[in-house]
Design a protein around this ligand. Structure first.
Ligand code: ADP
Ligand code: MG
Length: 694
């Protein structure tokens, strides 16, 4: 039985989506490699492999032999950044490009190139071309020796063809634009990388730890769980932990995207990468490094690139066939027209990576920007699905409501005083983690009741709990657990008010009713209205609560509902809609509904900062508990897909037109060379729209 492990290695030298395919093939061919994902944006390969059969040096060899790629000896040497994904820069680039292109067009029109061609002796022209394009030609030759076609292969053939027919000026301009194109492509991929790099850049580096009674400044990687970390005003909190002393206002924007600071004090949870604004803290370390919420968010954003959208898969497949098809077309043009100039133009006009760039640039822009605003989208695939979602299912407790219910009524059904009923219930609920249990305990605490130690505690998900307290077998829960509660009129009245009832039975005798009210989150009505405005008509409430309570809330919100659901029933509901061909979004808080989140086409976790299950199970995580992020993420998804579609339509139309014009001799090679770097620029500019502030 081979032991499969996951290895992440940095890969340098990939500047185009096509390159990832070369690297991918090279690694996948090795024996012992189960699967491999090559990420352009984060410059690495994620490999599932059997270390007994293959090791890093074999992988390194394979990567090097695949072309101009390498695996650095030390992981940290990142490629130098090439500037911001910044609209001004894009405009500047486009402007410079237009000027160069105009010079070329005017030059061609005035016949300047003809004159140049005649004036300068041909061998000198050839020398100019060779020197100017040397590095590119070298790469192409290397690739060709390995039987690979790279994006510059076509242009090189074009340049050679131009030289062959004596047009050295054309060849020079082909080389110039090859260079421009290279720069644009680098710039574009670098911009996509930015989104992720900006996130990692804010990770804290050092921590001040209390060791042997003194304070020591150590790299965050060396902090151990349980150690006490000191945080001074204005400092970044280096770890996830619990405040043990001090008070502070903390800016949690790095995680939640919310700039409004929160107050923390003894017992509060704090997160790595958030900033203590006012006040000092002593924090007990709970999680460090990659285990912190921040660390996991970064990892998920990095891995988002592996979850490719279907359109991207399609484009990737397509671009694999693109180069051979264009070469064939050029051959055909030559056979039919016998015109070396048109043939050259065909080869030159079509060579850009733009089809492969159309999707990932837009996806990464949206994912990166989302992460900064407290929206964690785990892959382009999910943006694609989300854009066409048509059913939204929502969990009630903790998702629609604050999940902090309060006990409003205590009704004793026999002679026991209400305080004794409450003490009994609170004792039984002592070890339950359900929000309702906390409500009962809080009510008992408010009356200073002393609690007994429960025996044989048992939680029954979706129903309630059972425990033995002072010789009484207590059961607390809904009608599923205590069926003889059915007929009470008082119960119906309370439920009509939207309250959740806890029936308390002692030795199988119904003894009391506790009523709890939970507060609706204030942003919910507006967010639901926005969802409807986005065309999502089917919104349904799913709850383990009873019929009448659910009905009261559903009516207030104007949504449909299903009540009395066990956690597994929620999955069934999701599957039902999926079987009808609907695209289901499930929104939950991860308590009792994580499986339904995972089953849905898109699971959205509410308030995932610190909530492990929700963060793992969902496809999209809202890092702060804010319903306005729900319509927002759907809008982002639709805008992204809009941009992707325009990108694809634009490059397709552009290339087809260019090829047709070139094949029929309407496009001189010089113009073809200028024209081919336009689509990349168009994609970049169009995708930059996604970064614009709303
Ligand atoms: P929701 O689907 O609304 O999030 P749950 O599935 O968590 O609700 O719980 C469903 C129902 O089970 C609750 O409304 C309550 O009646 C009952 N219940 C669950 N846990 C407890 C508990 N610890 N104490 C009392 N009742 C409980
Ligand atoms: Mg819940």
């Amino acid at each position: 039985m081979p032991k499969i492990t996951t290895l992440e290695v940095p890969v340098r030298g990939m500047d185009c989506a096509e390159c990832t395919r070369h690297v991918q093939h090279a690694i996948a061919k090795l024996p012992g490699v189960e699967s491999v994902d090559v990420l352009l944006a984060t410059e690495k390969a994620v490999i599932q492999l059997d270390l007994d059969q293959v090791d890093l040096s074999a992988i390194r060899k394979a990567v090097v032999s695949a072309g101009n790629y390498s695996i650095p000896e030390t992981a940290s040497s990142h490629a130098p950044p090439m500037g911001d994904f910044n609209r001004q820069l894009v405009l500047l680039l486009a402007g410079a490009f237009s000027v160069v292109a105009s010079i070329v067009i005017v030059g061609e029109w005035l016949g300047m190139f003809e004159i140049l061609n005649k004036l300068v002796p041909f061998p000198i022209g050839v020398a100019i071309v060779l020197v100017g394009g040397w590095t590119v030609f070298r790469n192409v030759i290397r690739a060709t020796l390995k039987r690979q076609i790279i994006s510059h292969t076509l242009m090189t053939i074009g340049a050679v063809a131009a030289l062959a027919v004596g047009e050295w000026v054309t060849a020079t301009i082909v080389v110039v634009f090859m260079r421009v194109g290279e720069y644009v492509e680098n710039f574009t991929t670098e911009c996509a990388r930015r989104a992720v790099k900006e996130l990692t850049a804010i990770a804290p580096q050092t921590a001040r730890v209390e060791r042997d009674g003194a304070e020591a400044e150590v790299p965050v990687a060396e902090v151990k769980v349980g150690e006490i970390v000191r945080v001074r005003p204005g400092e970044k909190i280096p770890i996830d932990g619990e405040v043990v002393a001090g008070q502070a206002t903390v800016d949690q924007a790095a995680i939640t995207g919310e700039s409004m600071p929160v107050e923390v004090a003894n017992g509060s949870q704090v997160f790595a990468a958030t900033i203590a604004k006012l006040g000092s803290l002593r924090v007990k370390t709970l999680r460090t490094g990659a285990d912190t919420t921040f660390g996991r968010v970064i990892k998920m954003v990095e891995e988002a690139e592996t979850r490719r959208a279907d359109v991207q898969r399609f484009a990737d497949k397509f671009s694999a066939y693109y180069l051979p098809v264009v070469t064939g077309l050029a051959a055909l043009t030559f056979l039919i027209s016998r015109d070396p100039l048109s043939t050259t133009a065909v080869l030159v006009v079509a060579c850009s990576c733009s089809i492969a760039l159309a999707t990932p640039v837009a996806m990464l822009a949206s994912i990166g920007r989302g992460a900064k605003r407290g929206l964690l989208i785990k892959g382009g695939r999910y943006l694609e699905t989300l854009a066409c979602a048509d059913v939204v299912l929502v969990d009630k407790t903790g998702t629609l409501t604050l999940g902090k219910p309060q006990i409003t009524d205590v009704i004793s059904l026999n002679d026991l005083p209400t305080s004794e009923v409450l003490a009994l219930a609170a004792s039984a609920e002592r070890y339950s983690e359900h929000p309702l249990a906390e409500a009962v305990l809080a009510a008992a605490r408010a009356q200073n009741l002393s609690l007994a130690e429960p025996q044989d505690f048992e939680a029954l998900p979706g129903m309630g709990i059972r425990a033995r307290v002072n010789g009484c077998l207590v059961a607390i829960g809904n009608r599923r657990l205590i069926p003889d509660a059915e007929s009470l009129t008082i119960a119906r009245q309370l439920e009509g008010q939207g309250k959740t009832l806890l029936f308390v039975a002692c030795n199988a005798q119904l003894a009391a009713i506790l009523a709890a009210a939970d507060t609706l989150r204030s942003e919910v009505p507006a967010a639901l209205a926005e969802l409807r405005a986005l065309g999502i008509k089917h919104i349904e409430l799913l709850t383990g609560d009873n019929e009448r309570t659910a009905a009261a809330l559903a009516e207030k919100l104007g949504v449909q509902y299903r009540a009395n659901l066990l956690p597994e029933n929620k999955i069934e509901v999701v599957k039902d809609y999926q079987a009808k061909g609907r695209t289901v979004v499930m929104i939950g808080d991860g308590v009792n509904d994580a499986p339904a989140l995972a089953q849905a086409n898109i699971g959205i976790a509410m308030g995932a900062a610190g909530a492990d299950i929700a963060l793992e199970a969902a496809h999209v995580a809202l890092m702060r508990e804010d319903w306005s992020l729900v319509p927002e993420v759907i809008r982002i998804a639709r805008r992204t897909m809009g941009v992707v579609k325009t990108n694809l339509a634009f490059t397709a139309a552009y290339n087809v037109t260019g090829l047709a014009l070139a094949a029929f001799g309407f496009l001189p090679p010089v113009l073809a060379a200028a024209a081919q770097s336009l689509p990349d620029l168009g994609i970049l500019a169009n995708s930059a729209r996604l970064l614009r502030q709303k």
